[in-house]
Write a protein that binds this ligand. Structure first.
Ligand code: 3PG
Length: 310
């Protein structure tokens, strides 16, 4: 019997990327359903009833979705962070979860550097700004995105330090960046800190006053990762105490904090209008088609790559 797959993306891929994802499935002889820009979570719940696998982005795959998906065997997150998927509940129901690590890393890394330039140049206000060359950049977490940021930052002539709780200093050194011994040292020495930490039980609220207050005069914290890793109340406190510090983010803070940042700390904060780090034509094609190929490999040939809930 033909297999049925769903592309469920509240934030859609570019039309060209979506068509390429569909083509991978059609070539495998699958029936493809596409649910884009859906208005309510109930729409996703309704769309999964008979699907064998699904491709999602930051879409919420919770117990309600999983329970409605009686045939589901695999969820693939076309991207890196899978914190919107209830991986444990999926495992309990015999559903594998995969991601596509690295496929959108360059897009996110380019945006991180672009945001640094944007704030260094006074949000393009025409007044004298500063340059990135010669400034110290601390990369917090040296995974695929952190490494891509490093590669681009070299071109800007930045001095790059990196810290990752799970990557040995020797690996950071082998990649060409300078490892630091502690996360505190990273914040202490870096004029710019670029965050690439996933949202997990261990990292949630882990970046607060204790770390941010270590940053040097004029320090800028750049967040293209997740809002959840920031202790948002402490962020407001430290920005209020230190008017020299800036927070630049691609991820909207919680509503209440966003209002405070906009009303009271607007000169120190820049937020993109909508999360857009991975939103390029290239990243959509790379992550979307990788996800589709992983689904075909799993359903047709039992290929088990990038499983995150084993
Ligand atoms: C990721 O985890 O891959 C990025 O945050 C991109 O998320 P998005 O696909 O929702 O844009």
């Amino acid at each position: 019997m033909s297999k049925t797959v769903l592309i469920g993306t509240v934030k859609p891929f570019s039309p060209n990327a979506r068509d390429q994802v569909v083509a991978v499935f059609e070539e495998a002889g699958y029936t493809v359903r596409v649910l884009e820009s859906y208005a309510a979570q109930a729409d996703l719940v309704a769309a999964v009833a008979d699907v064998d696998a699904m491709v999602v982005r930051s879409d919420k795959v919770d117990t309600e979705v999983l329970d409605a998906a009686k045939q589901l065997k695999l969820v693939v997150r076309a991207g890196s962070g899978y914190d919107a998927i209830d991986c444990a509940a999926a495992k309990e129901r015999g559903v594998a979860v995969m991601n596509t690590p690295g496929q959108n890393a360059n897009a996110v890394a380019e945006l991180a550097l672009a945001m640094m330039v944007y704030v260094a140049r006074g949000q393009f206000n025409g007044k004298p700004g500063t340059e990135l060359r010669g400034k110290t950049l601390g990369i917090h977490a040296f995974g695929a995105v952190g490494r891509a940021v490093f590669e681009i930052a070299k071109g800007f002539g930045m001095e790059v330090l990196a810290y990752d709780a799970f990557v040995p200093a020797s690996d950071i050194e082998a990649a060409g960046a300078t490892p630091v011994a502690t996360v505190e040292e990273l914040y202490q020495r870096s004029r710019y800190v670029s965050l690439h930490v996933p949202n997990t039980d261990q990292t949630r609220n882990s970046i607060g006053k204790a770390l941010i207050s270590l940053m040097p005069e004029g320090g800028t914290l750049v967040n293209t990762a997740r809002k959840e890793v920031i202790h948002e109340q402490e962020l407001v406190e430290i920005l209020t105490e230190r008017s020299d510090l800036r927070y630049v983010t691609d991820i909207a803070p919680s509503a209440e904090i966003k209002a405070v940042l906009e009303e009271k700390l607007a000169t120190q904060v820049y937020m993109t209008p909508k999360k857009m780090g991975a939103q390029t034509a290239e990243a959509n094609v790379n992550a979307g088609t990788a996800a589709a190929r992983q689904i075909v490999g799993f359903l047709d040939r039992d290929e088990r790559v990038n499983i995150v809930n084993d």
